[in-house]
Design a protein around this ligand. Structure first.
Ligand code: 3MF
Ligand code: MG
Length: 347
């Protein structure tokens, strides 16, 4: 398979996990965090997605200079292994200060914590050698609508974005929308919300989006259309390709595993719009099955990458002339069979 050299792939250390779920403990022994980096290149991955505490463990207990020294050291370690840190994301959903949300918490002290931690994440990103932070706004929402004022919440999220843009004049903010989980309802559920925040911010060019397949599906939307919308606004900075079987908890299944045609259409939108040509990575936010034996488990990453590349081939080998004939004739029944036959390899 040749096209692998054209796309660069990324994932985060959390994608190699031990099988713990809300109903049962880990099924595999912990795998050393640092040792995970050595797995990337042999698996065909070059980009590393990081949480702030993946780079600097216990950062809340460290001073500014200590944080920067550790981040710089990790940046060198990644560089030595031929890896690129794609982004760093503040883990704003773990600490006691973010139980009720970060930027939208009802507590002023907790809001301060969330912003301070994010500014440190921006510093970590720069020190490790990345130009972007990702905001997955996990707890910026509610379990019951009466607990927060939604208008105030949007304003607070926007204020936080502006404060980050002020803090570092070059950092980019990539918002990863998700409609629910862990919140009942999140304040930034779709890429449309994220793009609006970008335009409302003081430097729209530096605020972009990261679209995850499963998150779009949980919002009842078509991931390929969400990606197309972001691309139309010049705002698709990254993707988390995976899959989701209906409206339930966030499954992070292998890319294409639940809806192969949906996956094909995501690849089609990316490929048609030359995604990757400006340095964007194809991120795979996929979760290993709890049943899988061995340690570390990486088959889900290798499989998702392989499925992506097979679908790139499917997009590239599509007979565009024949496709256009169906479109021109408004024969969408014909177009549907043509598409399915192509996916099945029947000609
Ligand atoms: C949750 C997610 C997150 C984000 C990650 C990077 C833990 O549904 O998708 O994964 O991708 O925090 O922003
Ligand atoms: Mg994700």
């Amino acid at each position: 398979m040749t096209p692998s050299t054209e796309y660069r792939f990324s994932f985060g250390p959390w994608n190699i996990c031990e099988g713990k779920d809300p109903f049962g403990p880990a099924t595999r022994a912990p795998y050393d965090h640092e040792a995970k980096f050595a797995l990337y290149r042999p698996l065909g991955f070059e980009g590393v997605q990081l949480h702030d505490d993946d780079v600097v463990p216990d950062l809340d207990q460290l001073s500014g200079p200590q944080i920067l020294a550790k981040a710089t050291q990790v940046g060198t370690m990644l560089g030595n292994q031929g890896l690129v840190p794609e982004f760093v994301a503040p883990r704003l959903w773990f600490s006691p200060e973010t139980i009720d949300g970060g930027y939208t918490s009802n507590s002023a002290a907790d809001r301060r914590y969330a912003l301070d931690r994010t500014l440190r994440t921006a510093d970590i990103a720069r020190a490790v050698g990345s130009k972007a932070i990702v905001l997955w706004l996990a707890r910026e929402g509610t379990s019951l609508r009466e607990s927060k004022n939604a208008v105030t919440a949007y304003q607070r999220i926007l204020d936080a974005i502006n404060a980050i843009l002020d803090h570092d004049k070059e950092i980019e903010i990539w918002i990863e929308p998700k409609p629910n989980e862990p919140c009942d309802h999140a304040y930034v559920p779709t890429i449309g919300h994220a793009v609006s925040l970008a335009y409302a911010s003081k430097d729209p060019v530096r605020v972009k989006g990261l679209i995850e397949t499963a998150h779009a599906l949980l919002a009842g939307l078509d991931p390929s259309d969400e990606m197309a919308f972001a691309i139309a606004h010049g705002k698709l900075a990254s993707v988390h390709l995976n899959d989701q079987n209906g409206l339930k908890y966030d499954q992070d299944k292998n890319f294409g595993a639940a809806n192969l045609r949906g996956a094909f259409n995501q690849v089609r939108v990316l490929e048609e719009n030359h995604y990757g040509s400006r340095g964007e990575f194809v991120g795979l936010d996929v979760k290993a099955m709890r049943t899988q034996a061995g340690n570390p488990v990486t088959a889900h990453l290798a499989s998702s990458r392989e499925i992506f590349l097979h679908l790139v081939e499917k997009v590239r080998s599509l007979d565009l002339k024949e496709q256009q004939q169906y479109i021109d004739a408004r024969d969408y029944e014909g177009l549907e069979l043509f598409t399915i036959r192509h996916l099945l390899g029947i000609h």
